[in-house]
Design a protein around this ligand. Sequence first.
Ligand code: FAD
Length: 425
Amino acid sequence: MKIVVVGAGIIGVTTAYELATRGHEVTLLDARGGAGLETSYANGGQLGASEIAPWAGPEVPWLVLRWLGRADAPFRLKLKPDPEQWLWLMRFLMRCRKSARAERVMPNLALALLSQSRMDEMALQMNNDPIRYDERRDGILQIFHRERGLRDASSSIDAMKGAGLDQKVMSARECVDLEPALEPAFAKGNIAGGIFCASDRSGDAHKYTTQLAERAQQLGVAFVSGAEVTGFDSQSDHITGVRTRAWTFSADAVVLAAGVHTARLAQMCGTRIPVYPLKGYSVTLPTEGIVAPQVSLTDEARKVVVSRLGDRLRTAGTAEVSGYDTEIELKRARSVLDATTDIFPQMRPVEDQAEFWTGLRPMTPDGSPILGQAGRFSNLYLNTGHGSLGWTMAAGSAVGLADVICGRVPQMDLSPFNIKRFSFT
Ligand SMILES: Cc1cc2nc3c(=O)[nH]c(=O)nc-3n(C[C@H](O)[C@H](O)[C@H](O)COP(=O)(O)OP(=O)(O)OC[C@H]3O[C@@H](n4cnc5c(N)ncnc54)[C@H](O)[C@@H]3O)c2cc1C
C-alpha cells in the first residue's frame, strides 16, 4: 500500500518506520525543515511506564483555583474566546474524577509496556548499529515532600504490580542512597520518601526521532520536509490524496500524526477530535564538573521531571491551557529552572548556561491517545493525543496502529484508544 504519514515528530516517525518494516511504500511529510522539531524536541526525556496516570483528577480544579493569578503556577489557565478551548476544558473537567482517572490507568500502562518491549526488540534488531540517544536504564524515582503524598501514591502500587509494573516505596534515606545528588535536598528536610520503578528509563527523544527517521529512509520511506499539508482529496469513503502547497501525494491510506495540529487536519476530513495544546517548558543545563543526578526523577510537589541526558540535565514541567502560542515566557521558564536548583543546589553555578524551551503537549481530556481508524473515511487513521506521554508510548502506538492498518490483530487491545470513546464523533 501507498501510505502517507503526516507529521515527523516521535509519533509520525515511529509509525512510518513500522509501516516500512511491513513492506509498505511510505511517504512521511512534515511542515518543518526536519524531524522532531516541535513537541518532540526537548521534552522531559522520561520513558516512564510508572507515570501513566492521566492528569485529570479530583485534585486538579482545587489546585488551579489555588494557583490562580500566579505567573509561575505549575498549572495555569489562560482563557480565550475560543470554543475549541472551552469545549476541551469542559471535557477535561468532566474527567476530574477518581474513577475516570482509574479507568485509563491500565490501558495506558499496557501501551507504555508494549512500547518498552518494542524499543528493546528494535534495539536488538539494530544490534550492530544502535540508535544513540543518551538512554539510561536507571529507573525513575518519584520524590515526595510530604508523607501524605507518598501514602496516597503508594496505594496504587499493588494494582500496577498485577499489571506487570514493579515499584518500591523508599524512605528518604534510601532515596539518597539511590541518588546521591539528592543529599542537599535531604539535608534540608525536603524529601519524605519516594517510589522507585527500576524498569523505567529515560533518553533524548529528539536524538531518537532524528536517527529513527534516517533508519526509516534506509528502509525506503520518502521523507519530505518543508511540506505543510493543506488539504485532502477524496472519493466516496476514501482519501485519495494529501495536498501540500507544492504537490499532491496519492495515497491508499493516510495517518495523521501531527501533534497538536492533528485536530485541524482531522477537521478538514470531517472528523472532530478533542486534542488541545497544553504548553510546557524545559530547561537544559550542562553537568560538567557537577554532581548531577543519574537517575531520572519526578518531583511530585514541584510537578517537574528531571532526566540526565549524557552530559546535560533536563528538567521539564508546567502546564498551561493557553492555545497554540509557543512564545517563551521567561517567568514560567524560570520557574522550571528554580525547581531544578531547589532540588539540586549544586547546579547553581551553571544557571546562566540554561537553554529554555517550550512545547505543546497534544492532550486529550482523558489522558489517553487516539489510535485507529477515524471518521467517515475508511482509510484515514489517527495516531495522536499522547499529551505528556508521547515519548513513553510512541513505539507501542506505532506498532499497534501499523498492525491495524495491515489488517493484523494487534498485540494488545487497542479499543480503549478508539476515537469513538468521545461521544461527539
Ligand atoms: C515540557 C514537556 C515535557 C514532556 N516530557 C515528556 C516525558 O518526559 N516523557 C514523555 O513520554 N513525553 C513527554 N512529553 C510529551 C511528548 O513530548 C509529546 O507527547 C510528543 O512529543 C508528541 O509527539 P508528536 O509526534 O505527536 O508531536 P510533535 O513532536 O509535535 O510532531 C508533530 C509534527 O507534525 C508536524 N506538522 C504539524 N502540522 C503539519 C501539517 N499541516 N503538515 C505537515 N506536518 C505538520 C509538525 O511540524 C511536527 O513535526 C513532554 C512534553 C512537553 C511539552
